[in-house]
Design a protein around this ligand. Structure first.
Ligand code: ADP
Ligand code: ZN
Length: 292
């Protein structure tokens, strides 16, 4: 059985065909331009591929409440052409298959719990640190939505005393994304993150913020594993720095077996940057069996 998978991102649209075991049989991508330019290319890609369902992990904010009149819409995105856009509706009309729809980061956490390093766990947090910061939450065996869906990349932060950077988020200034996403690193330090790889101060400060966010997640969701992905997390030296920061901030307040072994608790994504698209395959598969 074949499923279509779309990882809809702000810069590119990754399209793939996969089977029920998460194997990616074909994959391509298109740049994210206006809907009128990009949507026909995506539809055309899936049209003759005999897919049984389509799963979409989408940049947001989006409406994932099936009872809402704007279910399946991309809502208040700063990308004008995609604002208030009925993406699920347009695919339904043209492809006529069940469609699973969730945030890109919920897609990634679903990929990891279904096919990756978080198999058999029922409470997992996935954080991507890239152009923005996004957080997907799998809680008690389900993707967390609530009122909208978590927007925890915008959690408010305690700024380190010596950090004079005001933060890049247009809404909050010094939220996690405003302080720690790739563009914030570049603006604060004056070079692209990848070019700063030997500057220890950069990663020490980065770990200060990511470790703070993770400590909050530990106390709020009590996750069994925390997975970090996205371009910035390719800097593997961050992992030990982040684990040290979490250990220091927790100050032995809680002492679980997971926290005693942070090397297997705070981990890189395990699916070679395919966690999002593999999660989208699973979203499609779920939609097929639930016929939505
Ligand atoms: P997106 O978030 O747009 O899907 P990425 O996850 O690749 O894409 O994130 C892009 C951001 O990550 C950019 O700000 C870029 O500077 C940064 N980045 C990409 N690759 C690396 C790397 N190897 N090391 C450090 N930063 C990186
Ligand atoms: Zn913000």
């Amino acid at each position: 059985m074949l499923f279509g998978a779309l990882e809809a991102g702000g810069t590119k649209m990754i399209c793939a065909i996969g089977d029920e075991n998460g194997n990616i049989l074909h994959k391509t991508s298109f740049p994210t331009e206006d809907t009128a330019v990009t949507m026909p290319k995506i539809i055309n890609y899936f049209k003759d591929k005999s897919i049984e369902a389509l799963g979409i992990g989408c940049f947001g904010p989006i409406d994932v409440n099936p009872k809402s009149s704007t279910y399946g819409f991309i809502t208040t995105t700063p990308k004008i052409a995609w604002r208030n856009y009925d993406i699920v509706g347009d695919f339904k009309k043209t492809l006529n298959v069940p469609i699973g729809f969730d945030t890109d980061v919920n897609g990634s956490v679903l990929g990891e719990v279904t096919f990756g390093c978080a198999k058999d766990l029922d409470c997992v947090v996935y954080i991507t640190i890239g152009t923005g910061v996004g957080v997907g939450v799998f809680l008690n065996g389900q993707l967390l939505h609530g009122m909208l869906h978590p927007e925890a990349g915008h959690m408010l932060m305690r700024v380190r005393e010596d950090d004079i950077y005001s933060g890049k988020c247009p809404y909050h200034g010094s939220c996690l994304e405003g302080l720690a996403a790739g563009p914030a690193i570049e603006e604060r330090w004056g070079s692209k993150a990848i070019e700063l790889k030997d500057n220890h101060n950069v990663w020490e400060l980065e770990a200060y913020y990511i470790g703070q966010a993770i400590t909050n997640f530990i106390y709020i969701y009590s996750p069994q594993k925390i997975i970090l992905g996205g371009g910035v997390m390719h800097q593997m030296q961050l992992f030990p720095l982040i684990r040290d920061k979490v250990k220091q901030l927790n100050s032995n307040y809680i002492n679980t077996k997971e926290l005693l072994n942070l090397d297997t608790y705070i981990v890189p994504s395990s699916l070679n940057d395919d966690q999002g698209i593999m999660g989208a395959i699973e979203l499609g598969k779920k939609a097929y069996y639930e016929d939505i």
